[in-house]
Design a protein around this ligand. Sequence first.
Ligand SMILES: Cc1cc2nc3c(=O)[nH]c(=O)nc-3n(C[C@H](O)[C@H](O)[C@H](O)COP(=O)(O)OP(=O)(O)OC[C@H]3O[C@@H](n4cnc5c(N)ncnc54)[C@H](O)[C@@H]3O)c2cc1C
Ligand code: SF4
Length: 483
Amino acid sequence: MAEERKRRKLIPNRTPIPEQDPIKRGSNFKEVSLGYTTEQALEEAERCIRCAKPQCVKGCPVGVQIGDFIGLVQEKDFQGAINKIKETNILPAVCGRVCPQEDQCEKLCVVGKKFEPVAIGRLERFVADWERDHGQKTKPKVAKSTGKTVAIVGSGPAGVTAASDLAQLGHKVTVFEALHEPGGVLLYGIPEFRLPKAIVAEEIAGLTDLGVDIQTNAVVGKLMTVDELMEDFDAVFIGSGAGLPNFMGIDGENLNGVYSANEFLTRTNLMKAYDFPKFDTPITVGDRVAVVGGGNVAMDSVRTALRLGAEEAIIVYRRSDAELPARAEEVHHAHEETIRFELLTSPTKIIGEDGWVKAIECIRMELGEPDDSGRRRPVPIKGSEFQIPVNVVVMSIGTGANPLVPQSTKNLDLNKWGYIVADEETGRTSREGIYAGGDIVTGSATVILAMGAGRKAAGDIHRYLLGEPEPEVETAAEVKNQP
Ligand SMILES: Cc1cc2nc3c(=O)[nH]c(=O)nc-3n(C[C@H](O)[C@H](O)[C@H](O)COP(=O)(O)OP(=O)(O)OC[C@H]3O[C@@H](n4cnc5c(N)ncnc54)[C@H](O)[C@@H]3O)c2cc1C
Ligand code: SF4
């Protein structure tokens, strides 16, 4: 079969995915990408040659059996396909939408050596959506109870994956989440137009089906400490994320109308500020909004500002187009939606009037020699200061470790940036029985990497709880301060 497919003439380009009209979508929060129809999914699935040793799987941190699931799509067994994905991934509809597949599975797809790689993510989304629309939701098998208990701190992708795996292995799992709804960044960070909240809620509900107890409004480090949890549970996994906002330290950052991207997106997403006064969270909707930064979070913020009604929403980024860290697809979507890009531009101060933002002063930059990151360093051009009149500024220049849990847990090794030191393969920290993974260990990364970390830690927690022999690993101290 695989040989036959290899001989067949492949269509070089991926099947395009339908999208909402760029101008219309700039004023609504509905999903941008509409997903494949059945015909389009079948057409795209046919581009997979079903490699005997699929390279794509090596690029998936949770080991989804990609060739197998696409094979089932080719056979029109969509329920079989989603079941295959769910063997290793509890969040397929989420990952199909937001995983940076171009840097992971699709980057390694053999078809991509000559043509465009198979659109694995779009197919994953298709079968996940197909199940929601047509299928009988399947529930993974849960092993006989081991009598062991595990507490999970945080309900982002890392915590959710660890919880799901541990519950399936027969442990009693309780998730403690600081906010009033579970999901982490999937819920409060990534906007509705890229990842509908209903989809996140539905996939997280899979946890409850497995018998996991989710306690919301439970701020670990305030209500109880990890040390106290260790008195009641046999092990603890920390997946508390990296959402502490950074600011530039320039004049005017305390003015009304200046937000961190985290606050701006949380108010909009989780607290439905876009529906004020129906929901009681206010947000300043600027006529002119500047978002400082060039990553995915900046793109999400600027496109959110547009949808909240900004007449002009502007990206201010200190390097050039080529260095924009955001996914190319997000930048393309932003351009389509008429977002203005002020590149090679850096803010110097925010100017206010009566306590409110009135303008942002910037300086033009040019690119000099490469810095430690390998990217060319932006250098200010003397005397090139200018002002952009705006009434909202959103700072999206990266985040740091959420400090509460690391700092309230005794004898937990942290690196110099305040992230928890944990072994990459097992999630073990410097404290026996306490594990960590996701952004709180790596710094802000991706959904699937956080999920992979949750999975690895769950495997080791299981071995630890059952007293199985330990594989040889580096100690937490040995990995301390590794970048
Ligand atoms: C706006 C935005 C857009 C992004 N877009 C993408 C994308 O398109 N694709 C992609 O792959 N990645 C994206 N990312 C990154 C990705 O979302 C993160 O890497 C991922 O969510 C990390 O998962 P996590 O489980 O480690 O942490 P989080 O998702 O941050 O979850 C941590 C959870 O812990 C909770 N918590 C924190 N402190 C406590 C405490 N003391 N007690 C109890 N609970 C606590 C938090 O409330 C949160 O729910 C984006 C990030 C942002 C901010
Ligand atoms: S590498 Fe590409 S062609 Fe091969 S199995 Fe994976 S998706 Fe299919």
